[in-house]
Design a binder for this molecule. Structure first.
Ligand code: HEM
Length: 218
């Protein structure tokens, strides 16, 4: 059994505030280390994370000790290996075929990017995160998921809240309350738009095929 170095100083608050200097230090001093604050082993080198991802028989994604299932209220493909993962991945794969990427998504994303850039105020300092990156990603995600009517603010809040929940390794109940609310709002929205999709929108979004499959496999 290999003895890993253990850190008892780094806190969850430190990691939330700004993880990047911490990762940089750890890459130099201890790239594989156990963090007591989150009770997880942290890998900070790309080559190590790739090796772990490439060897699921040793490092299974099906890890019940992560907050993913609690946050998404579902066992998602991100925590499945092998056939179970592949089944869900293949349900969305047609939406990402090379033909759909070049013929459908690229032109759409370029149009969205052009509109956001054209809408930026001229002659003043702009926060590119809030004015461009956030809403641009939200709009592209809404189109990709097949929820084109969802507002940018809702998309950003739902995404961030679910990501915060999935990374809630401190198991803070408040973060799960927020993700529960986001799940309820997304579910209500999906229930409303999915029946419209099947009849009206012949585009390669994956939410319809994917949501049918997820409903069956929950
Ligand atoms: C609201 C929508 C989304 C949310 C809330 C979300 C959330 C997440 C979270 C929490 C993770 C980290 C997983 C972990 O801890 O292991 C993740 C990883 C990832 N997501 Fe998403 N995601 C969303 C949409 C998408 C879409 C549309 C795609 C692809 C087109 C995508 C591709 C990925 C990939 C490739 C990873 C890395 C998976 C891995 O390392 O195993 N995500 N996402």
């Amino acid at each position: 059994m290999i003895e890993l170095p253990v850190d008892s100083k780094i806190s969850i608050a430190d990691l939330v505030r700004d993880p990047y200097p911490i990762y940089k230090d750890l890459r130099a001093s201890a790239p594989v280390i156990k963090l007591e604050a989150v009770d997880r082993v942290l890998l900070t080198k790309a080559a190590d994370t790739k090796w772990v991802k490439d060897n699921p028989e040793i490092f299974s994604s099906d890890d019940p000790n992560t907050p993913m299932r609690r946050a998404f209220l579902a066992h998602t493909l991100m925590r499945k290996d092998g056939d179970a993962h592949m089944r869900e991945r293949m349900a969305m794969a047609p939406a990402y075929s090379a033909k759909n990427i070049t013929g459908h998504w690229m032109p759409m994303y370029e149009t969205i990017a052009d509109a956001f850039v054209a809408g930026l105020p001229a002659g003043e300092t702009v926060d590119l995160y809030t004015a461009l990156a956030g809403p641009f990603a939200a709009r592209c995600l809404a189109q990709l998921l097949g929820l084109p009517e969802a507002g940018d603010d809702d998309m950003q809040r739902w995404s961030q809240t679910l990501i915060d929940g999935a990374g809630n390794f401190g198991w803070d109940p408040a973060l799960f309350e927020h993700s529960d609310l986001a799940n309820a709002q997304v579910d209500a929205y999906m229930d409303k738009v999915i029946p419209l999709h099947t009849r009206l929108i012949p585009i390669p979004v994956f939410c319809v095929r994917w949501s049918r499959l997820m409903t069956r496999s929950r």
